[in-house]
Design a binder for this molecule. Structure first.
Ligand code: C2E
Ligand code: MG
Ligand code: MG
Ligand code: MG
Length: 246
């Protein structure tokens, strides 16, 4: 198996404790080394491999989260869905089977999809997401703000979490309009009663600004990079011993 799942901590911005992870697939290519999804996801989609690979990532991540929950009750795992997975009529059954087989409590699983995926066919997405939600899982809109197709449609989708795209976190200190988008997204999140998670936090200044804007959770290189499961286990052990994760 040349694929691996790496995990990036999602931290509570106040305590700076890892409260969950995002599962991120990697391809350990025999010649080219460790490849990030940007190098192969599109190809995998085209070759029709994504539903299978995505399901494998889901199963792997849920099984791993069950292990981490032994010492970290309530630990969450976020898994990205591809467009082909979202349009598969088997998706809800497959997710249900993974939850049943691994024993992960459904409310510990957060399924991430991008806004553009969700808004391609709003009625159909609302139906699929509602069906997933009957399992008890939570839904996150990833890269939020990058595909502002229609803000008013947000209320029509059964979404629980919005992830503020890293481009808006990076721009936060600018006095341009883009510099205010992260704050605007936090207002939108509050309006629609969605839990915000900031992506791509790379320094303490960004973390501080987000804390001031009452953003509860974040992920980014400032806290930790995506890492293999064994390394994340080490990080959680240090955290349990009262050490800061960075
Ligand atoms: P994403 O879901 O938005 O994941 C966050 C990406 O931001 C990850 O890139 C992560 O490594 C990166 N990142 C985290 N912190 C920072 C930071 O502080 N600065 C910067 N510049 N980047 C940061 P990665 O792992 O290369 O994944 C890229 C995209 O590939 C993901 O974006 C997601 O859309 C997709 N992807 C990853 N794994 C899967 C998967 O299992 N299935 C599907 N369908 N898509 C996946
Ligand atoms: Mg994601
Ligand atoms: Mg994202
Ligand atoms: Mg992305």
């Amino acid at each position: 198996m040349q694929f691996e799942v790496h995990y990036q901590p999602i931290v509570d911005l106040n305590g700076e404790l890892a409260v969950g992870v995002e599962a991120l697939v990697r391809w350990r290519h025999p010649v080219r080394g460790l490849l990030a999804p940007g190098d192969f996801i599109e190809l995998a989609e085209t070759l029709g491999l994504m539903p299978g690979l995505g399901l494998w990532v889901l199963r792997e991540a849920c099984a791993q989260a069950v292990v981490w929950q032994q010492d970290n009750p309530g630990f969450k795992v976020n898994v990205n869905l591809s467009a082909t997975q979202l349009s598969s009529p088997e998706l809800t059954d497959e997710v249900g089977a993974v939850l049943a087989d691994t024993g992960l409590p459904p409310n510990s699983l957060v399924l991430e999809l991008t806004e553009s995926m969700a808004l391609t066919d709003l009625t159909e997405s609302a139906r699929v997401l509602s069906s997933l939600k009957t399992l008890g899982v939570r839904i996150a809109l990833d890269d939020f703000g990058t595909g502002f197709s229609s803000l008013s449609h947000l209320g029509a989708l059964p979404v629980d979490v919005v992830k503020i795209d890293k481009s808006f976190v990076a721009a936060m200190r600018e006095t341009t309009a883009t510099g205010s988008v992260a704050e605007a997204v936090l207002h939108i999140a509050r309006t629609f009663n969605l839990a915000p998670v900031a992506e791509g936090v790379e320094d303490e200044m960004q973390a501080t600004l987000l804390r001031e804007l009452a953003c509860a959770e974040a992920q980014g290189y400032h806290f930790a990079r995506p890492m293999p499961a064994a390394e994340l286990t080490g990080l959680l052990t240090r955290q349990s011993a009262g050490l800061q994760i960075r």
